[in-house]
Design a protein around this ligand. Structure first.
Ligand code: PMV
Length: 315
């Protein structure tokens, strides 16, 4: 093992969450300016130590929130015949955990990249996704795989469960505001609650999945035609269905409403919901700044701006 670093980025789901679990498409974007890195340094004394905001301690003792990540790390070490190799693994993250920005998938992605680099081994993308699915399954139950695909991607992705994600074009104009409610998202519970609703009352809830499906397809057309007002409208349509499916929250609703009043073309929750983050689409940076002020006033604990045109966002 050699000293090595792996990096990954935050992601947001532009549109399509929850319905994507049932085979419909979703559009997700990596946010390259919000980064996570995993730095691996070999130790001669055989100790396997992890240093991060999520967990600090030995690999052996890692449980709870870090158990899924520890599982993939143990399997990686076994794969490289280095199960007893000592190391310090330091994870530095600008991603808020449990906010629907792909923190767990980004952590796994950066670790897999660091370990492969530490053993001087090329890492095909499909192999990376296989490894990250080990921890994502342990953490989220039955994830669609969208988080892992996007936190390791270089460009926006059109994602359908079980298929290779396809890069998708974004307009030059358009600025997203991402705002954190400050409340941890509940992806696993939210996915389970949607499943329960679909089972008990399919006549009422199945049409909401179909509406999200239509909104995602219309959003793709809007992106291809640089039609930001249409994209905003489709984001609002998806939000109405997500709300009907019970995965919004009063805090998300407050930020979404504040963003729309401040001039956003559309606003919705992003990720699993029931907490976590919302996103708002604006025409330009001036409106984005107004939306940032409005959502901050409405209680957002953190905000980010991501221009479609730029590989750049600011906090
Ligand atoms: O909360 P996040 O960012 O992990 O996103 C979850 C997205 C869902 O569609 C709700 C679930 C999934 O596995 O795709």
């Amino acid at each position: 093992m050699e000293e090595a670093t792996g990096v990954s980025a935050a992601k947001i789901i532009l549109i399509g969450e929850h319905a994507v679990v049932y085979g419909t498409p979703a559009i997700a974007l990596p946010i390259p300016s919000i980064q996570l890195s995993a730095h691996l340094v070999p130790r001669a004394d055989g100790q396997q130590l992890i240093h991060s905001v999520f967990y600090t301690g030995t690999l052996e003792d890692a449980t709870d929130a870090f158990a899924g990540i520890a599982k993939v790390l143990r399997q990686l070490l076994t794969y490289f015949s280095a199960r007893t190799q000592g190391f310090d693994l330091t994870i530095d993250s600008a991603l808020p955990p449990e906010r629907g920005m792909g923190s767990s998938a980004a952590t796994a992605t950066a670790i897999v990249r660091a370990v492969y680099a530490a053993f001087n081994t090329p890492l095909p993308h499909a192999t990376l996704l296989n490894w990250t699915s080990v921890s994502e399954r342990a953490i989220h139950g039955a994830p669609s795989g969208l988080d892992a695909a996007t936190t390791s991607a270089q460009s926006p992705q059109w994602f359908v469960k079980g298929h290779t994600p396809q890069p998708i074009h974004l307009p030059q104009a358009g600025v997203l505001v991402i705002a954190d409610t400050g409340i941890p998202g509940q992806t696993k519970q939210a996915v389970a609650s949607v499943a329960a609703k679909l089972q008990t009352d399919p006549t009422r809830y199945r049409p909401e999945i179909d509406t999200i499906d239509q909104a995602v397809r219309a959003a793709a057309v809007a992106l291809a035609q640089n039609d930001l007002p249409l994209l905003g409208k489709e984001m609002n349509r998806a939000q109405a269905s997500l709300s009907e499916l019970g995965v919004s929250s009063p805090q998300l609703d407050r930020l979404i409403s504040a963003a729309r009043t401040a001039g956003a073309l559309g606003a919705k929750l992003t990720g699993g919901g029931q907490g976590g983050c919302m996103i708002a689409l604006t025409q330009d940076t001036e409106t984005a700044d107004k939306v940032v002020d409005a959502v901050t006033e409405a209680g957002a604990t953190a905000t980010w701006i991501h221009a479609f045109a730029a590989e750049d966002s600011r906090s």
